[in-house]
Ligand binder design. Structure first.
Ligand SMILES: [Zn+2]
Length: 276
C-alpha cells in the first residue's frame, strides 16, 4: 500500500503536469470509486475547470479546483495516479477513471484491487471523509517533535507498532516505514508504547523523520503496484533494511531476522537489535 513517501512522490510528480490545465473530458469506468458524489455530478463539476493546487495530508491527495471544490483521492492498496502526455496510449485493464486535459494529456486512476476512492467536497470540508478529518500529526511537519511523540505514547499500553500505524496519531506511516523506523531505533515492535524512555523516543522520532525523507528522495518503495505520477517505479525498495526480509540476516548484527503478526500486520524485526 502506498504510504506517505509514495503519495508525496505522486504529488510532486503530478503537480508540474496537471495543474492549471483545463479538464476537457471525464470518464469514470468504475463508478464505485466515487464516494458521496454521482458520476453525472462529478463530471459536471470537473469538466471545464482546472486543478489549481495539489497537496497531501497523510496518505490522501487533495486536488484543489478553481471552483471552490476539492477532489480528494486515496490510493488504498493498489491505486495509481499516472499522467500520460499521449492519450493514444492504450488504457490499462484496471483503469477506474480518466481525466482528459485540453492539452491532450490524461490523468488516469488505475486500480487492480479497486479499493481506491475519490471524494468531491467543498474546500476544506472534510467531515464526510472520516479518515481525513481525524488524521494525526504530519511526521515531516514542525509540529512533530520528540515532545509530541512523548505525548502520544505517554501511559499508552498499546504496542508501539500499532500506535505508529494509527493514522489518528501519526499520519502517513504504514507497515513498511513503521518496521524500518523501529529497526533504525532498535525498538521491538511489541514494546508497550508507554514503556519507551526519552532516549528511545528521541531515536524513534529521528528514525521516522529520516526514513520518510530518504524514501521521498528515492521516490518511494515499489514492491508491486506502486508507481510515481510518471508511471515509473520508486527505488527505496533497494534501501530497505528489514521490511520483507524474512529468511535474511540482520544488516547490522548478522542474526536471523524474524517476523510475526503485531497489531494485525506482519512485522519484521531483529531479535538481537530490537529486544523485547
Ligand atoms: Zn540485528
Amino acid at each position: 500500500m502506498p504510504e506517505l513517501p509514495e503519495v508525496e512522490t505522486v504529488r510532486r510528480s503530478l503537480s508540474p503536469v496537471i495543474l492549471n490545465q483545463p479538464i476537457k473530458s471525464l470518464n469514470v469506468y468504475y463508478e464505485r470509486i466515487l464516494q458521496h458524489v454521482s458520476p453525472a455530478q462529478f463530471r459536471r463539476q470537473l469538466t471545464g475547470s482546472c486543478f489549481i493546487n495539489l497537496t497531501r495530508r497523510g496518505k490522501y491527495l487533495i486536488f484543489q479546483l478553481d471552483n471552490d471544490l476539492e477532489m480528494v483521492a486515496h490510493l488504498r492498496m493498489t491505486g495509481r495516479l499516472i499522467y500520460f502526455s499521449d492519450a493514444k496510449i492504450e488504457l490499462a485493464k484496471h483503469t477506474s477513471a480518466v481525466f482528459g486535459f485540453e492539452s491532450g494529456g490524461e490523468l488516469r486512476f488505475e486500480d487492480v484491487r479497486k479499493f481506491g476512492t475519490i471524494d468531491l467536497v467543498p474546500r476544506g470540508k472534510y467531515e464526510q471523509i472520516k479518515g481525513l478529518s481525524t488524521l494525526g500529526v504530519e511526521p515531516l511537519s514542525q509540529e512533530f517533535t520528540v515532545e509530541h511523540l512523548q505525548e502520544l505514547t505517554r501511559k499508552r499500553s498499546a504496542k508501539i507498532k500499532g500506535l505508529l500505524l494509527d493514522q489518528t496519531k501519526i499520519a502517513g506511516l504504514g507497515n513498511i516505514y513503521a518496521d524500518e523506523s523501529l529497526f533504525m531505533a532498535g525498538i521491538h515492535p511489541e514494546r508497550e508504547a508507554g514503556s519507551l524512555n526519552l532516549r528511545e523516543l528521541k531515536k524513534l522520532h529521528q528514525a521516522i523523520v529520516e526514513v520518510l525523507q530518504e524514501a521521498i528522495v528515492g521516490q518511494g518503495t515499489t514492491l508491486r503496484d506502486y508507481r510515481t505520477g510518471y508511471g515509473r517505479e520508486g527505488s527505496f525498495q533497494n534501501k530497505l533494511q528489514i521490511y520483507g526480509k524474512k529468511g535474511e540476516k540482520c544488516p547490522r548484527c548478522g542474526v536471523d531476522l524474524e517476523y510475526k503478526k503485531v497489531a494485525g500486520r506482519t512485522s519484521h524485526f531483529c531479535p538481537a537489535c530490537q529486544r523485547e
